[in-house]
Design a protein around this ligand. Structure first.
Ligand SMILES: C[S@@+](CC[C@H](N)C(=O)[O-])C[C@H]1O[C@@H](n2cnc3c(N)ncnc32)[C@H](O)[C@@H]1O
Length: 569
């Protein structure tokens, strides 16, 4: 059947170490299989390849089924145990039966492989593999790998940290370092209160809290630590004005900023209606999700949803927005920081050896060997190269085309992100903007920051970066900052349009102001970027730039939905 043979071809192709699975699948046009299904199967089989190679070798199947290649055996064993639908071939098909008839033996080896690694259930093992860590070893004699934690935000609109520690997490043991959570065996119930973001807790990734009442009722929200940075960096104070979340769905940052405002209301003892949050979302389906999320989080009283609304069409000078002093801008981006995205580019593919010698029916009586370590010579082990992050290192092959496409896509995205950022800067009473992406690319991050600082709207209205020294404590003490070379490169870029003016950029200060999070790094976060913009002067000036753009003086709040064509028109 083509799917299995074609997936085997992809995995064999990725052994050269030059081309990623993604590249192999998407640069060839004449696959018989659906490319999405082919990509999914190849990636999943590659993720499990170290474990399944061990299982296949120990079962001795390849020495019995001589017609099976190691790659086909790997892929079929994957589907036999790990795909919901099983092997997608009739039971009588030769390929299916060559693996299925050894099901009992393979299953026993899979169980042993799981238990050797300390996982009580297949689900916990799956969570471990999906977490991106494929380098596993016997718990008895090898250090445990660090696993990204599960981040749980305590929704202070509905509960408190203390309440949750005494209820949902009552059976958990408190640990004081994130490492202890990341190194914790799957069965351990531990938590660590985060040192940077208030009301955030880390638990082991294999711990499922989605069945808890607190989660189901919106008291707990699963939100990556990095994704909590923007609302915390913005830290709006109740009574100081309203907040606009420009690109809001599904609403994690909206509900977080509402909670931050709520906390400030408690501490400042200001009236309930003193500040509100507008949440704008362009997409129809995502607007519905946003509405549900806001309601579930108990934020409906504070949040006014602008559903199906393009942010760039909202007139900043509308009366309804006259009191907006802070904006969150988390626009669509490449998503390259999301764990699981593009992971095919860095997966090490392991293949079982046909001649591995374990205690199998055909090698009975021989001395039993331990599982081969990751780098054992009887594993055909290679790491495929990443085709987007390390473009400059990519060898001259099919990835070149992908790199060109990526560059074009990033150029489009950054132009869009800059346009939204300039629009955010146009709100007359705005004093703070938090700009963020879940991208690891400088084009969407430092480059956008520099371009925004050089834009005439920023120059005319006095926008600058929020310096590191001005940031809230948890953000000030976060060590990973923006890339100076990326800021320098952007500052040297030619000014291409009349909307941009020459401006002096303090490169070190800008890079220090920017905050980055590493994908799969020691901090257990996704790849992320956030920066704050502030302005001190009175910003009620209406922009009349040399490009002839003027904002209409809209003073009727009902006009919000009307098309204000924005800066690009
Ligand atoms: C990265 S997601 C936002 C995630 C959200 N901030 C959160 O934390 O849950 C970007 C969102 O912006 C929306 N979007 C894109 N362009 C927009 C525009 N011009 N106006 C409003 N929303 C837009 C997308 O539909 C998408 O839902």
């Amino acid at each position: 059947m083509s799917l299995y043979h074609e997936a085997a071809k992809v995995l064999d192709g990725s052994k050269s170490g030059k081309t990623s699975i993604k590249s192999l699948v998407y640069t060839k046009k004449d696959w018989k299989s659906d490319p999405k299904a082919l990509f999914a199967l190849s990636t999943e089989a590659a993720k499990w390849s170290e474990v399944l190679s061990e299982v296949i070798e120990r079962s001795g199947v390849l020495r019995i089924e001589r017609q099976l290649t190691p790659t086909l055996a790997l892929i079929l064993t994957h589907d036999l145990f790990l795909s919901k639908r099983g092997i997608a071939l009739p039971a009588t098909h030769g390929l299916n039966s060559s693996i299925s008839k050894h099901k009992a033996r393979l299953s026993a080896e899979l169980t042993k492989a799981r238990l050797r690694r300390g996982f009580a259930t297949l689900d916990a093992f799956r969570a471990f593999i999906n977490n991106g860590s494929v380098t596993v070893g016997d718990v008895s004699d090898q250090p445990r790998p660090k696993l990204r934690p599960r981040w749980v935000r305590i929704n202070t609109l509905k509960t408190t940290l203390d309440e949750q520690l005494a209820s949902t997490f009552a059976a958990y043991q408190k640990v004081t370092s994130l490492d202890k959570v990341m190194l914790s065996p799957a069965s351990n119930k531990v938590y660590c209160v985060d040192e940077h973001i208030p009301n955030l807790v880390a638990i082991p990734s294999s711990t499922d809290i989605t069945t808890s009442k607190a989660y189901r009722t919106g008291q707990l929200i699963l939100q990556d630590k990095a994704s909590c940075f923007p609302a915390y960096l913005l830290s709006p104070k109740a009574g100081e004005g309203d907040v606009m979340d420009a690109c809001a769905a599904p609403g994690n940052k909206t509900t977080h900023v509402a909670a931050v405002l709520g906390e400030s209301m408690k501490s400042e003892a200001v009236g309930d209606s003193s500040s509100k949050v507008f949440a704008c979302e362009k997409d129809v389906a995502r607007s519905e999700t946003l509405e549900k999320m806001v309601e579930l989080a108990g934020a409906s009283d504070v949040v006014t949803i602008k559903a199906k609304q393009d942010f760039t069409k909202l007139p900043p000078t509308a009366r309804a927005f006259a009191n907006i002093t802070a904006l969150l801008l988390d626009p669509s981006c490449s998503g390259s920081g999301i764990v699981g995205r593009d992971e095919s580019s860095s997966i090490t593919v392991h293949l079982p050896s046909k001649t591995a010698d374990f205690d199998t029916p055909t090698s009975r009586g021989k001395k039993r060997k331990r599982a081969a370590p990751t780098s054992a010579p009887n594993h055909a082990s290679t790491t495929t190269t990443i085709d987007d992050v390390a473009e400059e290192q990519a060898p001259l092959d099919a990835t070149e085309e992908t790199a060109d496409k990526l560059a074009a896509r990033l150029a489009n995205l950054s132009a869009f992100q800059l346009r939204l950022l300039q629009h955010a800067m146009a709100f007359p009473a705005a004093r703070r903007v938090a700009y963020s992406t879940c991208s690891i690319h400088a084009e969407e991050n430092e480059h956008v920051v520099v371009a925004a600082l050089r834009s005439s709207i920023a120059q005319e209205q006095g926008w600058r970066v929020m310096k590191r020294t001005e940031q809230v404590e948890g953000m000030r003490t976060w060590n990973l900052r923006g890339k100076v070379d990326a800021v320098q490169a952007a500052a040297r870029m030619e000014i291409v349009d009349g909307e941009t003016v020459d401006a002096v950029i303090n490169e070190t200060e800008v890079a220090e102001a920017c905050i980055r999070c590493d994908k799969n790094g020691e901090d257990g976060t996704m790849g992320f970027f956030v920066v704050g913009f502030v302005r001190d002067e009175d910003g009620n000036t209406i922009r009349k730039s040399n490009g002839g753009l003027q904002q209409p003086e809209v003073d009727d709040s009902d006009d919000e939905g009307e098309a204000w064509e924005g800066f690009d028109e």
